[in-house]
Write a protein that binds this ligand. Structure first.
Ligand code: ATP
Ligand code: MG
Length: 425
């Protein structure tokens, strides 16, 4: 029978990679915690209607990328394609938005896309949302937090911030009309995708990658000219905050984002280190979403970063730590030695934060066990044979230098390791 394989675009994180994930997740969690964000853990499956009502019926995600299915009760459920909708749903359900609050989440998201480097069908995001603050200082704080993160990770020079304001819903509706009127006159010059979007989601045409469509857009009405006064002022204030915080940015008047719920500020951090999949983090304001999903009108702003893409960047830029080797490798020859070794090693592990100790299990000759000890990268091997058992001792053998082999009483082993390896307690 053929061995079963993982689903296309859904990858295992292998042991040699998971240390990188843990490093990355710990860095981001620590930073978010230091800004007052608390983690929200949400279900991976939600009602399909949640995504239809938030992300929007005519977006790429809802139209063609969602994993939706009927459960045994014939309810339509979907694997979450992103985290904001679920976060807003949970915040309303548990009344977390009564006062301003800062939340973050992490975990797998699912979109039926064409898998390629930096694009999977199961991918991972870490996201943050701020509820209850309508002023652009909240947008600014999210952005400076991210700028700090890139600095901490050592990739600040390889990412660029793009920002834009897409205005109020009303302003965008006016602009949409003007844009459609203009593009209708040039329909034949549009690429196929853009022709389709003209009727459903014309703003998305702005981020078409097609050169002739881009050329048409040079002469198109500009979103900036349609912005309402409040959006204009907030955008100016955001830029002033970023200027005074020393965060550099590029205003990209064609940045619109693929989800319907945004208004005012939108932003993306992009890199050219990853080929076509250049956006590593994206976000914006969504002041209407809470109300749209049945909550009390509450402003919101947030972002989500793509973990796989950031890990690819960190790897390419050699910014990932090497996972530590064990410090101690335990070798025992014979049953009674194995029993003595297991008990003594458990004794060592009683110390809080004890050393990283790998115990060779399953027997084997002295030679083959020592080979494994050497390959493990450990500093020291602890050896038990019949002699050691008889005398209540253990042999300590340095593996990395030609230090002296010695035999010590098992009772004093922890003290000796403290001296040789440094205290872990
Ligand atoms: P893209 O334009 O690359 O498709 P998007 O605008 O659809 O991205 P968002 O919904 O804003 O992406 O998600 C935020 C971040 O999540 C992206 O900037 C990206 O880093 C990451 N991301 C989105 N889709 C995928 C995917 N299929 N595989 C890996 N990462 C992804
Ligand atoms: Mg996408």
């Amino acid at each position: 029978m053929n061995a079963l394989r993982s689903i296309r675009g859904m990858n295992d994180v292998l042991p040699e990679e998971s240390a990188h994930w843990q490093f990355f997740e710990a860095e981001v969690a620590a930073l978010l915690g230091s800004y007052g964000y608390a983690e929200l853990r949400m279900p991976i499956v939600e009602a399909t209607a949640l995504f239809q009502r938030s992300i929007g019926e005519v977006t790429d995600i809802v139209e063609k990328e969602m994993y939706s299915f009927a459960d045994r009760n014939d309810d339509s459920l979907s694997l979450r394609p992103e985290g904001t909708a679920g976060c807003v749903r949970a915040a309303i359900q548990h009344n977390l938005i009564a006062t301003p609050c800062r939340l973050w989440y992490q975990g797998p998201m699912f979109r039926y896309e064409r898998p390629q480097k930096g694009r999977q069908r199961q991918f991972h995001q870490i996201g943050a949302e701020v509820f209850g603050i309508a002023t652009p200082d909240a947008d600014a704080e999210l952005i400076v937090l991210l700028a700090r993160l890139w600095k901490r990770l050592g990739i600040a020079d390889a990412v660029t911030l793009e920002i834009n304001s897409i205005g109020s819903l009303a302003a965008r509706a006016d602009y949409r009309k003007a844009l459609v009127a203009y593009l209708e006159q040039h329909r034949d010059a549009l690429d196929e995708d853009s022709q389709r979007r003209l009727g459903s989601n014309p703003l998305r045409i702005l981020d078409s990658k097609n050169p002739s469509t881009q050329a048409l857009l040079d002469e198109a009405p500009s979103l900036e000219d349609y912005l309402d006064e409040e959006s204009r002022l907030d955008f100016a204030a955001l830029k002033a905050y970023l200027d005074s915080a020393g965060v550099t940015y590029r205003v990209n008047p064609r940045l619109v984002r693929g989800l319907d719920y945004y208004n005012k500020t939108v932003f993306e951090w992009v890199t050219d280190a990853l080929g076509a999949q250049g956006t590593v983090c994206a976000g914006g304001r969504y002041d209407g979403l809470v109300e749209q999903l049945g909550g009390k009108s509450t402003p919101g702003v947030g972002f989500a970063m793509g973990v796989e893409r950031l890990l690819l960047m960190l790897e390419a830029m050699d910014r990932l730590p090497t996972p530590p080797s064990p410090e101690v490798f335990v070798v025992a020859i014979g049953d009674s030695a194995q029993r003595a070794a297991l008990a003594a090693v458990e004794g060592l592990r009683d110390h809080r934060g004890a050393w990283r100790i790998v115990h060779q299990l399953g027997g084997g000759s002295f030679r083959s066990q020592m080979k494994k000890a050497d390959r493990s990268g450990a500093e020291l091997a602890l050896l038990w044979g019949e002699d050691e058992v008889a005398s209540g001792e253990v042999t300590i053998k340095p593996l990395r230098d030609d230090g002296e082999q010695r035999r010590v009483a098992v009772d004093t082993l922890a003290d000796t390791l403290n001296t040789l390896l440094g205290s872990q307690n």
